[in-house]
Design a binder for this molecule. Structure first.
Ligand SMILES: [Zn+2]
Length: 91
């Protein structure tokens, strides 16, 4: 949580994953969901910028904090996916 707060505005999830040495992205995503609840009590909210395709820019759908990290672009079939970013804001 501290790391998230101190990481600046837009935090790329991949960076966070590396920084905190998470073994699996699923665990990070779960933690972020927990953290979001705590933030809410402090009047903060987590905004998500969805993943997109690095090759064609295809934007993936993002529902709340699901933080889906797709493995492949449905449009151009590229596997270079830009991970979602999150931003912490005052609610
Ligand atoms: Zn694409």
């Amino acid at each position: 949580m501290e790391v998230l707060e101190n990481m600046g505005e837009i935090n790329n999830l991949k960076k966070i994953l590396r920084e905190l040495e998470y073994p699996r992205k699923k665990r990070l995503i779960n933690d972020i969901k927990h953290i979001a609840k705590t933030f809410k009590h402090q009047g903060l909210q987590i905004l998500v910028r969805p993943a997109s395709c690095k090759a064609c820019g295809y934007p993936f759908n993002q529902k709340g904090l699901t933080l889906k990290i797709p493995s492949k672009c449905p449009k151009c079939k590229e596997e270079r996916i830009k991970w979602p970013s999150i931003k912490i804001e005052e609610a």
